[in-house]
Design a protein around this ligand. Sequence first.
Ligand code: MSP
Length: 510
Amino acid sequence: MKKFYLTTPIYYVNGAPHIGHAYTSIAADVLARWQRLDGFEVFFLTGTDEHGQKVEKAAAEAGLDTQRFTDRVAEDFRAMAAAMGVSNDDFIRTTEERHKRACIALWERLVANDAIYLGHYEGWYAVRDEAFYGEDELVTTPDGTRLAPTGAPVEWVREPSYFFRLSAWQEKLLAFYEQNPDFIAPVARRNEVLSFVRSGLTDLSVSRTSFTWGIPVPGDPAHVMYVWLDALTNYITAAGFPDEADPRWRFWPADLHIVGKEIVRFHAVYWPAMLMAAGIAPPRRIYSHGWWTVEGEKMSKSLGNVIDPRELVGEFGLDPLRYFLLREVPFGNDGDFSRRALITRLNGELANDLGNLAQRTLSLIARHCEGRLPALGESTPADAALREAAARLPALLRERIARLAFHEALEEAWKTVRAANAYIDHQAPWALRKTDLVRMNTVLRVLADTLRVIATVLQPFMPASMARLLDQLGVPEDARDLAALAEALPAGAPLPPPSGIFPRFVEPAG
Ligand code: MSP
């Protein structure tokens, strides 16, 4: 069986999960579910990033013991993933023993390969980003404050530190990007990485001595490992590293790391360099998505506009939220979350276009075909055109999803939804009932078959509602993957009574 290893970033546990985190996880989930539907053996990993100064500070501010604090927030992230329908196969926490073991093993290999040395770090550090910045990267505000390019406050750090010889990897990384042109996407992010690496790499500080919340450096416990070295390692920990006999090790290298645009450098530069330095294969691909604002503004605690995705699920339902997040904005671009835009898509595309199509088709079958799947009669050009459009969907979506163009995948499905709506209006099966029963049956059967394909390919986006639609179409649970579409359902199969899948959203009065 073809394998596919896919990851989300692991989330910092310094605060509660919000819509930005849910977005990364839902997009990865759609891809994981699609690959399973398409016959791959998938390993889908998510989890939490629990060490470092930022988390230590958040725990102190909450007045809690750091481990207890991370236990609590990690649980909340786990619950968020479940509430978003995320079908991860593993959930990794960086405070787990298996992870400490993997980090120590990786460190020791780097030391053995002379990729790490002890020195002294002096420079700028932003706790919020857990990142070191060069003098030339800082920006100065009108009042003279110096900030990281991300807007995070920086502090001057001066302490002994272990360094990773990143400078030795500049040429090898450039050659690697050259040989693997799809390694970083979209292309704007690839270009940023290329120019960053071309501008010259300096050795990377990979340990800290000014706090203790981290994994101690083997043989020198005054140091804890830099949180990004620790965090990135999660992707091999979960694959069993350093135990190469672990059944999951065959999934390495990962096929895809999905990441937000602000953490591309860590994944596309530091991570492959560290792995190659340790003699481990780098991941195959990094894909970066953009950032959401909310009603036109950046999300922030101080503005009080941070959205808990679970509240949106309570109000609109999970599948409409998943659909909206992937339909509204091309993956890779920034986007704006607005209630109005979500309601427009829910009522227009889900309730009207797809919901009504299903409801009209299924209630006509219930009423006029004794609730049984009708038989196909002779085919007209209009029938053939719709059947062919539906038959093309799996390949069309496969190509778009492989490019992570989720919005295009959905648009392809909706072209067929709209074609099916035009077909039902034009064929008017309700009128055929009185004139030509064989023709009515054929039209309803063409529609049922088209809906089956649509519901099958949309399962990764909207798992629960498409399962209900497939139930109503009488598709057995073991005939819901792409391969199963090759086989037609037998005419005469009894269908359960139809019920609406996407209720219209009506804004509560007051
Ligand atoms: N812990 C690191 C990742 C380590 S991976 C080895 C981290 N965590 S994070 O919690 O800050 O961010 C995790 C993901 O959430 C990132 O992909 C980030 O882009 C995403 N988002 C956080 N806020 C976001 C928005 N407002 N919009 C879209 N995604 C954003 O970085």
